[in-house]
Design a protein around this ligand. Structure first.
Ligand SMILES: Cc1ncc(COP(=O)(O)O)c(C=O)c1O
Length: 371
């Protein structure tokens, strides 16, 4: 069997007519830059998430850079952020001259250890970037309490978090809509993925909304009048058209992912030494990624590859050990949980169109490997 880690082609063929018509519509109208599809998608996405404002940008990485700039995560200011995450969660602050202050993780949920973050607040700390990794949000009640105590701005890295929820102040809220600004990625593999690069920024604050809209078009709200030194970071109309098609079935996609995850968990739970991350009580998860933590991880990945099964390692190196962040002065051993997890973690194929017999094949091979 040949089971890709991820593929968009099954989905495309299932809804080919709709995707083709949506893309063709943009080409017929020729409104490529911030056209009708972008405006409509922004409205539909905001309604889906239950947030007041949504602004389409070019990528999840850009959402974090624009968000950091607008919230003042720059020029020597300190920002709390996990060491175990994708590069863009931290480079957004570093590239603006801010100082990322790294934090270790919880070994059970794989999310940032917020209690440790609290111990790292200094007079220079202005904000926190909770990153909602893989299947659930960072404990957002703890993050918001910390933010209120120390007057910190909260920029949610919700790149992976479409559909995830957290209970905050007694109410269930969609990840990304809880802090000051949330940034989503629509990178193709994501739960809501486009057919290229795309991203979204959301907020409930009208003033921040106006700033975000301005920042994505060179800091201008009136053409050729520039209030800020902004960026060129617009959601492409063709991608917005694709995203509108996918938004209609995103709930079904989330349910299909949950079904595959349950299937994996049932078959793999008994394997000695294999761990499956747990979901926190105050969270409702979405399986963007299905991870296992295993001994002899690299050997297992090689065996699965031989058997035609695609896997992925998120993330092989924590950010405190990345060459470009050596100037922050961290050393091996500073974040023991993240360092351990990086050596054990392995992501298995999961996407809505995966078949049950394919999940069984992956599980059979893993069980055989550990026998
Ligand atoms: C946690 C996290 N942050 C940021 C990003 C950046 O998003 P993009 O690839 O859309 O720039 C990604 C995804 O790639 C991500 O997983």
């Amino acid at each position: 069997m040949n089971i890709p880690f991820y593929t968009s082609t099954r989905e495309y063929h299932n809804h080919k007519d709709e995707f083709d018509a949506a893309v063709q519509g943009v080409m017929e109208r020729g409104d490529f830059i911030l056209g009708n599809e972008v405006t409509e998608f922004e409205k539909e996405a905001a309604a889906w998430l239950g947030v007041k404002y949504a602004v389409g940008v070019a990528s999840g990485s850009d959402a974090l850079v624009l968000g950091s700039d607008i919230l003042g995560f720059k020029d020597g200011a300190e920002v709390l952020t996990p060491t175990f995450t994708f590069f863009a969660s931290t480079s957004c602050v570093a590239r603006l001259g801010g100082k990322p202050v790294l934090v270790d993780m919880d070994e059970e949920t794989l999310e940032m250890d917020v209690a440790q973050a609290a111990g790292k607040v200094s007079e220079k700390t202005v904000g926190i970037i909770p990153v909602h990794l893989f299947l659930q949000p960072t404990p957002m009640q703890e993050v918001m309490d910390l933010g209120r105590t120390y007057n910190l701005k909260v920029l949610e890295d919700a790149a992976e978090a479409w559909g995830m929820e957290s209970r905050v102040d007694g109410a269930w809220r969609k990840a990304g809509t809880i802090g000051d600004i949330g940034g989503f990625s629509f990178f193709p593999t994501k739960t809501l993925g486009s057919y290229g690069d795309a991203g979204l920024m959301v907020t409930n604050d009208e003033e921040l909304y106006r700033k975000i809209r301005s920042y994505r078009v060179h800091g201008s709200s009136v053409k050729y009048h520039h209030d800020y030194i902004g960026y060129n970071s617009r959601l492409d109309s063709l991608q917005a058209a694709v995203l509108r098609v996918k938004l209609k079935t995103t709930q079904e996609a989330i349910i299909a992912r949950a079904r595959h995850a349950k299937h994996y968990t049932e078959r793999l739970s008994g394997i000695f030494g294999l761990r499956i991350p747990s979901i926190g009580e105050e969270n409702r998860g979405v399986y963007y990624v299905y991870n296992i933590l295993v001994p002899r991880r690299d050997e297992l990945a090689a065996r699965l590859k031989e058997k035609g099964i695609g896997t992925s390692i998120y993330y092989p190196i924590p950010l405190h050990l990345q060459k470009c962040f050596a100037y922050l002065g961290y050393r091996e051993g500073d974040f023991p949980v993240a360092e351990r997890v990086c050596k054990q973690i392995l992501a298995l194929p999961i996407f809505p169109e995966l078949r049950d017999d394919e999940v069984d094949y992956v599980c059979d091979e893993i069980i055989r490997f550990y026998k």
